[in-house]
Ligand binder design. Structure first.
Ligand SMILES: Nc1ncnc2c1ncn2[C@@H]1O[C@H](COP(=O)(O)OP(=O)(O)OP(=O)(O)O)[C@@H](O)[C@H]1O
Ligand SMILES: [Mg+2]
Ligand SMILES: [Zn+2]
Length: 272
């Protein structure tokens, strides 16, 4: 007799279940989901509740998704920290390991911590921060601490650089071999949400340096992006070194100025 269509279907289903190790079925029950038909395996074992199995799988898939998400967040953080180019010495500097004993140190710490905590608002307003004063007072330390908070808590990108590095980058773009235009060289410093410009006015500002500083600070001013300027110069000489127009842009929108004028921590360390 010719096998009917449904007969052949039943047979192939039987072959399939047999190859999967299923030799029969038996009524079974789950405390949560009630009755179900369990499959009996070759070794006599009965399969468990399919609803429970689906639920377990859903939990596992959610955990896998959460883990991938965690890895993506960690990778982004790692990337942001790498792109920030914080010098090795300052990577471990935080607000918590800044010793503030005098009133002036407490004010400097509070100003920098406040600037970092309110970074979302400062980013919106393009508000700048100027850390001005004596050597070894922890200006670069506190700027690195701001960058860490900006990256880790606000998930924004920050970049540390020095004036001489910016000038070198721009000068290199003039070379015949350079693949970068002057504009592209300057744009490196225009893109980050926060730019930290260290050692401003350290080399008694050549005309070229003044021009480059204006280009960088003005570009960020046009984009309403905050910049931290660090200098050994007091406010007056800083205006002389950078020029009125540049300092005016740094001050606009309530730019914060913090003056550092106490004994160097480097000297304290060497005194024991
Ligand atoms: N109050 C402080 N508490 C803890 N460490 C400090 C403090 N002040 C400075 N330091 C440490 O002393 C060293 C010098 O500080 P830093 O380089 O930040 O000074 P600076 O003001 O940037 O100096 P310069 O103008 O010469 O660049 C760093 O290792 C810094 O971590
Ligand atoms: Mg410094
Ligand atoms: Zn169940």
């Amino acid at each position: 007799m010719e096998p009917t269509r449904s007969n052949s279907l039943v047979e192939s289903l039987a072959r399939l279940t047999h190859s999967a190790g299923i030799v029969g079925t038996a009524p079974s029950s789950c405390d949560i989901h009630g009755g179900f038909i369990a499959s009996r395996l070759r070794d006599g074992q009965l399969t468990g509740c399919p609803e429970c199995s689906r639920a377990r799988q859903a939990v596992q898939e959610a955990e896998e998704r959460a883990e991938l998400q965690r890895q993506a967040v960690a990778a982004r953080l790692e990337r942001l920290l790498g792109q920030a180019l914080i010098p090795q010495r300052f990577k471990t500097k935080t607000f918590d390991n800044y010793r503030a004993e005098s009133d002036k140190q407490l004010i400097a710490l509070a100003a920098c911590r406040g600037y970092a905590d309110r970074f979302a608002e400062n980013l919106e307003a393009g508000r700048c921060l100027m850390l001005l004063g004596k050597v070894g007072n922890g200006k670069t330390h506190l700027a690195a601490a701001v960058a860490a908070v900006v990256i880790e808590q606000h998930r924004c990108n920050a970049m540390y650089t020095t004036v001489s590095r910016v000038c070198q980058q721009v000068k290199a773009s003039y070379s015949k071999e350079s693949t970068q235009s002057e504009r592209e060289a300057l744009d490196i410093f225009r893109t980050p949400d926060l730019l930290i410009l260290d050692e401003v006015g350290a080399s008694y500002g050549t005309e070229f340096e003044r021009m480059v500083m204006f280009e960088v600070i003005n570009a960020r001013y046009e984009d309403v992006k905050p910049t931290i300027v660090i200098s050994n110069l007091a406010p007056g000489p800083l205006v002389a070194a950078l020029g009125d127009r540049t300092v005016d842009r740094l001050r606009e929108g309530g730019g914060v100025v913090v003056v550092f004028d106490w004994e160097s921590a480097r000297r304290e360390a060497s005194n024991g």
